[in-house]
Design a protein around this ligand. Structure first.
Ligand SMILES: C[S@@+](CC[C@H](N)C(=O)[O-])C[C@H]1O[C@@H](n2cnc3c(N)ncnc32)[C@H](O)[C@@H]1O
Length: 582
């Protein structure tokens, strides 16, 4: 349905442009033409893997299923090649990478703010941190603070003294992962080779001052001049920065990591896998939907609840390619209308990009496949849209979206009234599924029932219904954009997106879990007030059990130590209780 609509909606003026787009689109991982791409002979994978490596002219190397993979199946699990702090990280212990808040660290005996490495003076959580290399007993071996790293960081004096405020983000930590990679060449040549075969897009990045210059000052000059490590060539450090920008996964609590095989997964805006990392930063990739043999195995490098314009901008700026996936190619975003604006002339939420693959194409109010209009008394059908042709220049749309995004990012996502006010304020300009509204709704789905004044038992029936409605609305969108056994891909509290994949603490599973409490409380209240029958009660309990069952099914695939894993266990416990009542 959506494809058909979108084809009609597209500006079909340029046959040539469409032909080019068709070609691009055929290269997308979602399309089933992978038999045409050759296998990459350089990859000799151990037997038993459900995938192989292919190579395409546009996407480079990517993984393709070699057998039918069922939803939920584990496709790949691997240890990190290297782990370290994210860009602009808050100070962390170089051994275990934990931040210096709460009770996570031991103050040093000389009453300093924290313990520091005796050699390089970089902050550590304790002198006995398990991530410190000592006499052959390093628990994390190359993933923690090694003798070589300490020597490099103190080559021109103890550089860690520059980290002064333990609570403030600092660009000083941007050097740590590049340095860890550079040191691998001598420490572990096999790992070094594994990292060096990753793409760094140097030639493109070199042309972007915001990327190249920033790395020059923040990483290259610091390593070579401030730390005095002239043995590392400028270009080599730049390539390592590129490898990290293009291939790193955001893991743990504000860390980034590289993996031997997972980096080969191609991007798709409606991916067929989800991923999770555990305490040791081992990464698991699971199928979120059935993946037939021969289909590319994909994940999303972008935030799923984001409009096409912003997603493609992010992918272009940080991953250096133009996404032409089915979702990006469809102005309606697979019918979700996630980017649709309300037309000021006719009042319908039907202003869409005329060509979503061209960021400068105008947006236009287009007839939609709304329910067929009723015949007029004269027997003729009314015009389905009174103003086909209302147009907004791309620049105006972009400015409007930037303003909206700034406003939504400034919201306190624990402030119920602020979030509801934001929804009301923009209802007249945006489709109810517009991504900025979905972001606010997603927060509301979590905070109704959790924050002071809105704790679950304090909520009126109307507010419980509101929480439920919001959960249902967002689940309908997840079903299209992230179908199957997957977590919602969401931005987390970190404001740095240097990594390939943001970690996604909010989840579809969590939304399903969120739904069970309002249904339960409403049902109990209504049953006690004799407003529903025993039969209705049983039906509602079945609905609650279904939510919990799905939530547990999704979240119990998450690592036990993660917050999602904990909600999964809570869902299982709640399910048992509901079954007893049933
Ligand atoms: C993490 S790497 C994936 C592995 C990479 N293809 C390789 O050969 O090393 C990300 C890069 O792969 C390419 N890529 C991934 N998904 C793509 C897609 N859907 N369309 C075009 N290029 C894609 C882009 O060049 C992107 O910067």
């Amino acid at each position: 349905m959506c494809d058909h609509d979108s084809r009609k909606q597209r500006n079909s003026k340029s046959h040539k442009k469409n032909h080019k787009r068709q070609q691009q689109s055929n290269q997308q991982p979602g399309n089933n033409n992978h038999h045409e791409d050759p296998d990459d002979p350089e990859w000799d994978l151990p037997p038993g893997r459900p995938f192989k490596v292919k190579i395409s002219p546009t996407m480079g190397r990517y993984l393709v299923a070699t057998k039918d993979i069922a939803a939920g199946d584990l496709i790949l699990r691997e240890e990190a090649l290297i782990v370290g702090p994210c860009q602009n990280s808050k100070p962390v212990c170089l051994g275990c990478l934990k931040q210096f808040d709460g009770e996570h660290y031991i103050r040093s005996s000389d009453n300093e703010d924290c313990h520091r490495c005796m050699g390089c003076q970089w902050p550590l959580c304790s002198p006995t941190c398990p991530g410190l290399e000592r006499d052959g007993h390093a628990r994390h071996a190359l993933l923690g603070h090694t003798y070589e790293e300490c020597a490099a960081l103190s080559a021109a004096g103890p550089s860690g003294r520059r980290v002064m405020d333990l609570r403030a983000r600092t660009p000083l930590y941007n050097v740590i992962v590049p340095l860890r990679i550079l040191l691998l060449e001598k420490q572990d040549p096999a790992r070094w080779r594994a990292v060096r075969r990753m793409q760094s897009h140097d030639s493109v990045r070199r042309q972007i001052p915001g990327v190249w210059q920033v790395n020059q000052l923040g990483v290259v000059d610091r390593i070579r001049n401030e730390f005095g490590l002239q043995q590392f060539a400028e270009d080599e450090i730049h390539s390592v920065c590129g490898i990290l920008e293009v291939n790193a996964f955001e893991v743990g609590d504000g860390q980034r990591a590289l993996y031997d095989l997972a980096f080969l997964l191609a991007h798709d805006c409606t991916p067929n896998t989800s991923h999770a990392d555990d305490e040791s930063r081992a990464l698991s990739i699971r199928a979120s939907v059935p993946i037939p043999k021969g289909r590319a195995i994909t994940l999303s490098y972008a935030y799923t609840i984001q409009g096409t314009l912003k997603r493609r901008e992010h992918l272009k700026e940080s991953k250096f390619f133009d996404c032409c996936c089915p979702r990006c190619s469809d102005p309606t975003e697979l019918g979700t209308m996630c980017s649709a604006l309300v037309c000021p002339r006719c009042g319908r939420a039907s202003v869409l990009p005329t060509d979503p693959l061209q960021a400068d194409a105008p947006w236009r109010c287009v007839p939609r496949s709304a329910p067929a209009p009723a015949p007029t008394p004269a027997g003729k059908h009314a015009e389905p849209n009174p103003c086909p042709g209302y147009e907004m220049p791309a620049k105006e749309v972009k400015e409007f979206l930037d303003k909206l995004t700034d406003e939504s990012e400034a919201l306190d996502h624990n402030d119920v009234m602020g979030l509801e006010g934001f929804l009301v304020k923009h209802a007249a300009r945006l489709h109810p599924n517009h991504f900025v509204l979905l972001g606010a709704k997603h927060s509301l789905s979590q905070v109704y029932g959790k924050v002071q004044g809105y704790l679950i038992h304090q909520l009126s029936d109307a507010l419980l219904e509101r929480k439920l409605t919001i959960c249902r609305e967002i689940l309908r969108i997840f079903d299209v954009l992230e179908p199957g056994v997957s977590r919602l891909r969401g931005e987390n509290q970190f404001d740095h997106f240097d990594a390939l994949l943001v970690s996604h603490p909010k989840s579809e599973g969590i939304t399903l879990y969120e739904m069970h409490a309002p249904i339960m409380i409403l049902t109990t209240r209504q049953f006690e007030a004799n407003a529903i029958s025993r039969k209705d009660l049983r039906t509602r309990l079945r609905e609650v059990a279904a939510c919990l069952e799905q939530a547990a099914h999704i979240l119990c695939l998450e690592p036990e130590s993660s917050s999602e894993g904990a909600v999964g266990r809570a869902a299982q416990d709640a399910l048992q209780r509901v079954r007893q009542w049933q």
